[in-house]
Design a binder for this molecule. Structure first.
Ligand code: ADP
Ligand code: MG
Length: 620
């Protein structure tokens, strides 16, 4: 095991390291620093999050640049504003004793002229997000023609976020003979491709297995019915009173909803997603860092910059579509030598995805049970006892003690303890005494409960499909949102090319039909009607539909299936829009803009990506 001194770092940097309290190099630092210091080479380094990659490229860059020159010599590209700021701050801390050092962060959402001014003052190192960097280059606010060292930090994330073109453009403006150091947690094909394109014979180092998640993290899964997801989340939180966690949802909408629901239920929770302003996000992150928020509910994109070291639990409320994402999520815990738990709440249908993740991270998930009510009561009670035991007495209560003591004059210590704890216990007990078992066993026949009970479900036809950018998950999200239904009230969603099917319980039928009576998106009516098909297994209503509904495919007649308008709404509608009808049809078939870019999962499914679809007013 070597020391930082052994790695060949100079006195100024060693002093900075002592101040930071780093005792010995991490593995990636031990491997990367000597190579980068002693050779002029390109490098590909794969290491999980939290392994100290910033210092692995930061120290060598700081040692190699000329601080006496005001020319920009080092460029670090990183995927998000948060990471950018974080890296810039780390670099400044590492280089605290490098006199004349000037590190500038460049990122969107902040004044470009201010940033340009800072660069002009003589930044030897620029830490930038690709988007803003490209902007600055095209406006000639930065000079990258003298760059000697470029770093692609979190390369996999940058590519995931669609920065490939920006990166290509930026790098093509830098000198041919510069060195490029690529750091990444995972190595998908795109990263390999980028490496090949921009690097000459790079040295390679790998810490742990490729794509493997950090070894300080244990991986658990909990199998529940999809509709019990939220209840399961609450129990996991209650069973871990000191939880300090990041909870991942798939969409911004779910993120917001889960956070709101948690807050409503009395948890200290907050949401972090791209629909919030930068200011709102900063506030939430500050609250999380200072532990005012115990449960941060986040989308994958928004959580990228989270650099909080003491996260105890990562909870995958929903799994992401991309298996690599799991590595990033679980890497939010178990950082800086601490241990952490990554929990996945899954329904049976997601088991396959869990298996693919196991292959990628090269670890097995352990099946755990959602604790039952009494187990939670017990945990809470013990936690409270511990808290009381270790609480420091607050002298401010002294003036009130006399009155309180009088009240308890006759009460023995035993009795007082019993009463005191009953307060807290009763709260949980009342809530949990009738709580059901949420666990579903792998062989459980009651799969997804009510989805199977086709007798009480209604099956609908809806005139949007793949052509409109939907897959089953997006359609389900959309329906849940507009109908304000619970997370699992919409099921058996079956998306075809130009139309789809879905189920709800019968009790929601009226609401669903009423809502879609007038529903319009971008001037186009979204039409929903009840179909006889049950959508049950073996029913394959979709296929029948495909055959019978040929007309729909080529966009001809879009009236209800039985060809009889229900009530008179159709005719009334066409009266309202008599001139528009053919336009609407064309729109129906031509609308494929809703499709999302890869990695853009947070985007709304509709082409007006930010405004919610509006309901048209009926002129009755
Ligand atoms: P990564 O980029 O690999 O996710 P970071 O560079 O952000 O990891 O480092 C994670 C945390 O570990 C940071 O808080 C950093 O200050 C700390 N750290 C880095 N190197 C060391 C070290 N050698 N000793 C102690 N802590 C370190
Ligand atoms: Mg990093």
């Amino acid at each position: 095991m070597s020391t930082f001194q052994d790695l060949g770092l100079n006195e100024d940097l060693l002093k900075g390291i002592t101040d930071l309290g780093f005792e010995k190099p991490s593995e990636v630092q031990e491997k990367a620093i000597p190579i980068l210091l002693s050779e002029e080479t390109d490098l590909v380094a794969l290491a999980q999050t939290g392994t100290g990659k910033t210092a692995a490229f930061g120290f060598p860059m700081l040692q190699k640049i000329d601080v006496n020159s005001r020319t920009t010599q080092g460029l670090i590209l990183s995927p998000t504003r948060e990471l950018c700021l974080q890296i810039a701050n780390e670099m400044k801390a590492y280089g605290k004793y490098c006199k004349g050092l000037n590190v500038v962060a460049i990122y969107g959402g902040s004044s470009i002229t201010d940033q340009a001014r800072e660069v002009k003052r003589g930044a030897q190192i620029i830490v930038a997000t690709p988007g803003r960097m490209k902007d600055m280059i095209s406006r000639r606010l930065v000079d990258i023609t003298k760059i000697q060292y470029s770093v692609l930090d979190e390369a996999d994330e940058m590519l995931n976020m669609g920065f490939k073109e920006d990166i290509t453009e930026i790098l093509s403006g830098t000198p041919e003979d510069k060195n490029t150091w690529l750091f990444s947690a995972t190595m998908p094909k795109e990263v390999a491709r980028i490496a090949k394109k921009f690097m000459l014979d790079p040295k390679e180092i790998t810490v742990g297995h490729k794509n493997e998640s950090t070894s300080n993290v244990s991986h658990e899964y909990y199998m529940v019915n999809a509709r019990d997801r939220y209840q399961a989340l609450k129990r996991l939180a209650d069973a871990n009173p000191d939880i300090f966690s990041v909870i991942f949802c798939r969409t911004k909408r779910d993120t917001q909803k889960v956070a709101e629901q948690l807050i409503e239920d009395g948890y200290s929770a907050g949401a972090l997603h791209g629909d919030l302003s930068q200011n709102q996000r900063d506030i939430v992150m500050k609250q999380f860092r200072t532990r005012q928020i115990q449960m941060l509910v986040a989308t994958d994109v928004a959580a990228r910059g989270i650099d909080v070291d003491d996260v105890t639990h990562v909870i995958n409320y929903q799994l992401s579509d991309e298996v690599e994402t799991y590595t990033h999520r679980s890497g939010r815990t178990g950082r800086a030598g601490k241990t952490g738990v990554s929990m996945v709440i899954v329904s049976r249908s997601e088991m396959r995805r869990l298996k693919s993740i196991e292959r990628i991270i090269n670890k097995k998930f352990e099946l755990k049970e959602i604790p039952n009510g009494m187990e939670i009561c017990e945990v809470q009670l013990k936690s409270l006892a511990n808290k009381i035991h270790t609480t420091e007495i607050n002298r401010e209560i002294d003036p009130y003690l006399e009155e309180i003591n009088t009240l308890f004059e006759e009460t023995s210590k035993e009795e007082l303890i019993k009463k005191f704890f009953s307060v807290e216990f009763t709260r949980f007990f009342n809530y949990y005494q009738k709580a059901k078992n949420l666990n579903v066993s792998a062989g459980d026949s009651n799969r997804e409960g009510r989805s199977q009970s086709s007798g009480s479900a209604t099956r609908y036809f809806i005139n949007v499909g793949e052509k409109d950018g939907y897959d089953w998950m997006k359609l389900k999200d959309f329906l849940k949102e507009v109908l304000d239904l619970g997370r699992d009230d919409v099921f058996k969603v079956d998306v075809k090319e130009t139309f789809s099917f879905f189920n709800t319980e019968k009790e929601h039928q009226e609401k669903v039909l009423a809502f879609f009576t007038d529903y319009k998106d971008n001037g186009r009516f979204v039409n929903v009607e009840v179909t006889e098909d049950r959508g049950g297994r073996g029913g394959r209503g979709g296929r029948d539909r495909n055959r019978g509904g040929g007309r729909r495919r080529d966009g001809g007649d879009r009236r209800r299936r039985d060809d009889k308008p229900r009530g008179d709404r159709r005719s009334r509608r066409s009266d309202d829009n008599s001139g528009n009808r053919s336009d609407r049809r064309r729109n129906n078939d031509g609308n494929s803009e809703g499709r999302e870019r890869r990695g853009d999962r947070d985007k709304s499914v509709f082409k007006t990506s930010h405004s919610r679809p509006t309901r048209s007013r009926r002129k009755d």
